[in-house]
Design a protein around this ligand. Structure first.
Ligand SMILES: *Cc1c(COP(=O)(O)O)cnc(C)c1O
Length: 434
């Protein structure tokens, strides 16, 4: 059944969309169905999705293999609790995650969203120190701070929010409720050739001075997503790993946006050749079909937590290990492994570099950056979403800018002509902003 005007009005009146104002909602567009890289809007228009529905739909929409996995699983069971019960889809998925990530990462916690996987990662780090009987009781209980870099994004729940960028993570609005953690400037060098030792100095000083309080460092490796769409060099991660090891601080990588091939490597940490102690994955895990995330950690962390007093990791959501989500995640990972994602992402990268480069000269542009299947134009002024969003749809594309950032991360299956349509729309908007 297709949507009617009354329903559209109800939406505007009653339904919160992500980060929206219910009194002056920005326009929403109703989607009837989706196929490949296209969203089919109710008004009959077809738009090319440049967002992969926020990093997730890497294989495109309505993929027969993903649909089939859900149908097969739904006919057996949609859900059973994970407390005291287990099932094949969860076990297969965790085996795959252990296989494809760094050999040190071999324990898996299944979470229901990215933010929750970050909560679990932070909790694991806190519990690790709380349980670490090599330290005196006083020292163990002091290790409750996290160190991170500015411009990060780790989710919208409170602990995740407390390690998001202090300005665009709205810390001032939640002052007094949010825990205060340690922030240093994000590195400014984009590749190893430009590495400056000064890029690690503030981080080094901060970890030196606060080591007794720091439980863990948390970072998005190589690409900072929603906090600024910034790209930074692998050397920074190698330096961070070294400092964490020297100081006995845990390292958490949030690969919820970057995981599963997006930056040209299966995981972004591979660019640096370093392994975290705790890893969060989500978004593309189910190929954009259902909400699922996971937190992986090392044997050292799990055994330390488990050998102390009760030994339980204190988290357990109702829909943990949901069989439908696990089944479709298994299918998505199989699709990825049997695809030529590496050459797809490489071609997207070269095409984005070629087609976006000329925008760097434009009056309205502050910066252009590309890595893997991610293309970003940073404008000098923030765009007006009330105007830009309908304009982009008119241009036949689904791109959702925020602030000064006009960016895309399309499904890997996009073809060159479709990708050109996205970059042309970005150029048009950029020119119109001049
Ligand atoms: C999207 C995102 C999250 C939060 O994931 P949700 O599933 O939206 O809760 C956390 N970290 C990063 C890097 C993300 O991109």
């Amino acid at each position: 059944m297709t949507i009617n005007q009354q329903q559209i009005d109800f939406d505007a009146e009653h339904i919160w969309h992500p980060y929206t104002n219910l009194s002056q909602p920005t326009p929403t567009f109703s989607v009837e169905s989706a196929e490949g890289v296209y969203l089919h809007l109710t008004n009959g228009q077809k738009v090319i999705d440049g967002m992969s529905s926020w990093w997730s739909t890497i294989h495109g929409y309505n993929h027969p293999k993903l649909n089939e996995a859900i149908i097969q699983q739904v006919s057996k069971m949609s859900h059973v609790m994970f407390g005291g019960l287990t099932h094949e889809p969860a076990i297969s998925l965790c085996q795959k995650l252990v296989d494809i990530t760094h050999p040190n990462l071999d324990k898996v916690f299944l979470a229901d969203s990215g933010s929750i996987s970050v909560e679990v990662a932070l909790k694991m780090a806190l519990q690790y120190w709380y349980s670490n009987t090599k330290l005196s009781e006083q020292k163990r209980k002091q290790k409750t701070k996290f160190l991170t870099i500015k411009n990060g994004y780790h989710g919208d729940t409170f602990a995740a929010m407390s390690v998001c960028d202090p300005v665009n993570g709205m810390h001032s609005m939640f002052e007094g409720v949010l825990q205060k953690h340690l922030f240093v400037e994000a590195p400014s060098c984009r590749n190893d050739a430009d590495w400056q030792a000064s890029d690690i100095e503030e981080f080094k000083n901060c970890i030196d001075e606060n080591v007794d309080q720091i439980a863990a460092v948390i970072l998005e490796p190589i690409v900072q997503g929603a906090g600024g769409m910034r790209i930074y060099c692998p050397e920074f991660l190698r330096q961070v790993r070294k400092l964490c090891d020297q100081h006995g601080v845990l390292l958490i990588f949030d690969e919820i946006a970057t995981g599963f091939g997006r930056t040209g490597k299966l995981f972004a940490y591979e660019h640096a050749g370093v392994c975290p102690d705790i890893l969060c994955v989500g978004k593309a895990l189910t190929g954009g079909t259902m909400s699922l995330a996971a937190t992986l950690c090392t044997e050292t962390i799990s055994s330390t937590i488990s050998s102390f007093e009760g030994g339980n990791l204190m988290h357990g959501p109702t829909f943990m290990g949901n069989p439908l989500a696990c089944a479709v995640a298994n299918a998505s990972l199989e699709l990825l492994q049997n695809s030529n994602w590496q050459s797809q992402v490489n071609s997207i990268e070269s095409q984005l570099e070629n087609e976006l480069a000329e925008c760097a000269q434009l009056e309205s542009v502050a910066d252009v950056r590309v890595i893997g299947a991610i293309g970003v134009i940073e404008l000098k002024q923030a765009v007006d979403m009330h105007v830009i969003q309908p304009r982009l749809v008119e241009l036949g594309v689904w791109i959702r800018p925020f602030g000064k950032l006009l960016y895309i991360m399309p499904p890997y299956i996009i073809n060159p002509a479709e990708l050109t349509k996205l970059t042309d729309a970005m150029k048009t908007i950029t020119l119109e902003a001049c």
